[in-house]
Design a protein around this ligand. Structure first.
Ligand SMILES: *[C@@H]1O[C@H](CO)[C@@H](O)[C@H](O)[C@H]1NC(C)=O
Ligand SMILES: *[C@@H]1O[C@H](CO)[C@@H](O)[C@H](O)[C@H]1NC(C)=O
Ligand SMILES: *[C@@H]1O[C@H](CO)[C@@H](O)[C@H](O)[C@H]1NC(C)=O
Length: 490
């Protein structure tokens, strides 16, 4: 009996130890997974032979011998800014310039969504005038930019004079092929830095709610669309820079987009811990820095409805991701509100406590899709939150909240994100090629013409020579005539 219990004790302690080891490794893996490490990550410092570190991230120079295999183009040149503005990250001080069609090629391991960020800064150089920049950019069958000049008056993520354009691309095959194509023969293409990063699996969900004047319907197949991130907004908060974001994104404050309730709308800040849960948003989907600030509407302050306006292009569908995290309510089950897209009811009586499994300060997001062609508001997307019929009896509670908004443009039926044009059209109208073929045709014509001319000339020369020779031969016999002939020559 004693023996048995001793054995049991040993067994239990072993189980305990194993459990301890298991929990330790589990918590370690949880700790490690706090920081996202992508399967594939390429950070390229274009036109530079040195690596450069920006926000603890190493951008490798594409001009160093070991990295030159990333790009291929004849006659590309690397330029360096001569205008040394302070506080400009090193990646914006160099650029690679292409007078012809060029490509950057990256091998990727997984099938899935990739983030592609292109950085542009029209640097000043005596070698080349970037006012001549006008080009197209394609990636794996999608047109990303058309007749782009490297500048952007209304870019949402400008750092000084630099422009960052961010795309989400689904990749089936093992490579990402970025092509830069000058728009005309006399124009140039350029790029300062490139990021290609495999996105976390949960970044883009396949299903969303499509909202129109006719109501809402479920929409599938989002994962495989190419998208461009056009707005990324931290509502009620400060700018979040790549340094403070889990996926090195930039989130801008919402002030300039807020339409109603401006001034009187209440910003709120939360200093506690954001409780990420399975089934809700993950830290990679949206960081703490966005969820821990919000704008709230309260009946007690006479303001519940809030809305934000975003300028977009006509002719595209947009994915609108709204981020919610109840950092303002004192208790659960009290916050209900309606969500509006372009004035249409997109979500009635949204119960944030229910959606977050009854955990306060737990993040949740909802994806909506609108078609800018079927919308009465035209090139404006309006997102809003407002009073619900089910609102709580608590007169002093929170009646609406919004923490963040992202707006992504989806590719059109041509697979393009910039105009009704396909990559085939762009690549086949490549000016170098067309002009080259005209040039080749002209050369061929010239050759034929020249050869005819030469043959004709030769024949003529031969005839003349033959005749002269003949006459000389004849005349040779008579030295006097030769002298006459020579004398007559000058
Ligand atoms: C990162 O966030 C912290 C706290 O939110 C802030 O103090 C700091 O300035 C931020 N850093 C950058 C580079 O944005
Ligand atoms: C409020 O409730 C009424 C009926 O219960 C319904 O007809 C109306 O659409 C609701 N309005 C909103 C904004 O939820
Ligand atoms: C996006 O492009 C793909 C082809 O690459 C196409 O199948 C899809 O229908 C396009 N999306 C839209 C919304 O037209």
């Amino acid at each position: 009996m004693f023996n048995l219990s001793a054995k049991m004790a040993i067994l239990y302690s072993r189980i305990g130890f194993l459990l301890f080891v298991f929990l330790l490794s589990f918590s370690f893996s949880v700790f490690v997974s706090l920081s996202f490490s992508p399967a594939d990550e390429y950070l390229i410092n274009c036109g530079s032979n040195v690596d450069s570190t920006v926000d603890n991230r190493r951008f490798v120079g594409d001009a160093s011998a070991s990295n030159a295999n990333f790009f291929s183009s004849e006659g590309s040149i690397a330029i360096q800014s001569e205008n040394l503005v302070p506080n400009v990250p090193q990646i914006y001080r160099t650029a690679r310039i292409f007078a012809r069609r060029a490509k950057y090629e990256f091998n990727v391991h997984d099938k899935g969504t990739y983030m592609v960020r292109l950085h542009f800064n029209r640097i000043i150089s005596s070698k080349i005038d970037l006012n001549d920049a006008l080009f197209h950019v394609t990636v794996n069958g999608h047109v990303l930019l058309r007749n782009f000049n490297g500048d952007d008056c209304d870019s949402s993520s400008k750092i000084g004079s630099s422009v960052i354009r961010e795309f989400l691309i689904w990749v089936d095959v093992g490579e990402i092929l970025i092509r830069l194509v000058p728009s005309e023969d006399s124009k140039l293409a350029f790029v300062n830095a490139i990021e290609v990063i495999s996105a976390p699996k949960d970044l883009i969900a396949d299903v969303a709610t499509s909202v129109s004047n006719d109501g809402t319907v479920k929409l599938n197949g989002l994962v495989k669309q190419a998208m461009e991130v056009v707005y990324r907004i931290n509502v009620g908060g400060r700018k979040v820079t790549p340094f403070n974001d889990t996926l090195w994104r930039t989130w801008l404050p919402d002030d300039e987009f807020l339409k109603t309730g401006e001034g009187s709308s209440e910003k709120t800040y939360f200093s506690g811990r954001i409780k990420y849960r399975p089934g809700g948003a993950s830290r990679e989907v949206c960081p703490d820095n966005v969820y821990n600030t919000a704008r709230v509407g309260r009946r007690s302050k006479g303001l519940v409805d809030m809305s934000w306006d975003f300028q977009v292009s006509m002719g595209y569908k947009y994915l609108i991701r709204m981020h919610f995290c109840d950092i303002a309510s004192k208790s659960l089950g009290r916050l209900y509100f309606n969500v509006y897209i372009n004035g249409n009811l997109a979500y009635q009586d949204f119960d944030i406590s229910y959606s977050t499994d009854y955990v306060l300060a737990s993040p949740y997001y909802i994806d909506f899709v609108v078609d800018s062609n079927n919308s009465t508001s035209g090139s404006l997307i309006t997102v809003g939150v407002g009073l619900s019929n089910k609102t709580s009896v608590d007169e002093h509670g929170v009646d609406a909240i919004l923490n963040g908004v992202e707006i992504m443009k989806m590719n059109n039926s041509m697979g393009s994100l910039d105009g009704y044009v396909s990559t085939e059209t762009i690549l086949s109208s490549c000016p170098n090629r067309r002009n080259l073929s005209i040039f080749i045709a002209m050369m061929a014509f010239m050759c034929i013409f020249m050869s005819f001319y030469i043959v004709a000339q030769r024949k003529k020369v031969k005839d003349e020579y033959g005749w002269t020779k003949l006459s000389m031969d004849v005349l040779e016999d008579d030295p006097k005539s030769v002298n006459q002939f020579v004398a007559r020559k000058p």
